[in-house]
Design a protein around this ligand. Structure first.
Ligand SMILES: [Zn+2]
Length: 187
């Protein structure tokens, strides 16, 4: 039965590359059921497009992934190969950061004028890979607000309960925000 709803890897590749045509897009949208193998096929397509061998566990941005390294290591990695370290640490803290605080600086990226954040009350932070300069994220927050942790996935639960393929290195230690370990080192 599930084969009736299978989506080929070639088509998933076109989705990822943005080259899929209108007919296939509509066909996917109108499928009565989702393809059960879709997640692992998607990961396989992503894996073919990166230049490094580590297993992708989850894509967390257009050019950002959580990957499995040696046993006991799950790290955030950029398309270019740069590693941001343990995925329980907010990867943004390892970025080059541009902060826009003035009306002039924020007006360069916001339009029309009423959409521009109010200086003094808000600032725009842009996060770039230190190696390839890809912009991975943007956040608009009050000045002094802690860098936002966008996502802390419970990978063990996701793989075990939703995908039915538990990860080999499951541990209750994984699902924890350990960002304070990084900021503590700055003191
Ligand atoms: Zn990079």
């Amino acid at each position: 039965m599930s084969n009736d709803y299978a989506v080929s890897r070639e088509l998933i590749g076109q989705l990822v590359d943005g080259t899929i045509d209108q007919d296939n897009t509509e066909r996917l949208l109108k499928m009565p059921r989702k393809d059960k193998a879709r997640f692992f096929n998607y990961i396989a397509v992503l894996q073919e497009r990166v230049q490094w061998p580590q297993r992708i566990l989850l894509r967390i941005g257009d050019h950002l992934y959580i990957v499995a390294k040696a046993q006991g290591e799950r790290v955030v990695k950029c398309d270019c190969g740069h590693e941001f370290g343990d995925y329980r640490h907010n990867w943004k803290l390892g970025c080059r950061i541009r902060s826009r605080k003035t009306l002039e600086a924020m007006s360069q990226v916001f339009d029309p004028a009423p959409a521009v954040p109010e200086p003094g009350w808000q600032e725009v932070r842009e996060f770039f890979c230190p190696e390839c300069a890809t912009q991975h994220a943007v956040e608009v927050v009050a000045p002094g607000y802690p860098v936002v942790m966008e996502l802390l996935p419970d990978l063990d639960k996701f793989y075990r309960e939703y995908l039915g393929q538990p990860l080999a290195d499951e541990s209750p230690e994984w699902y924890q925000d350990r960002t304070p370990e990084v900021t503590a080192r700055w003191v």
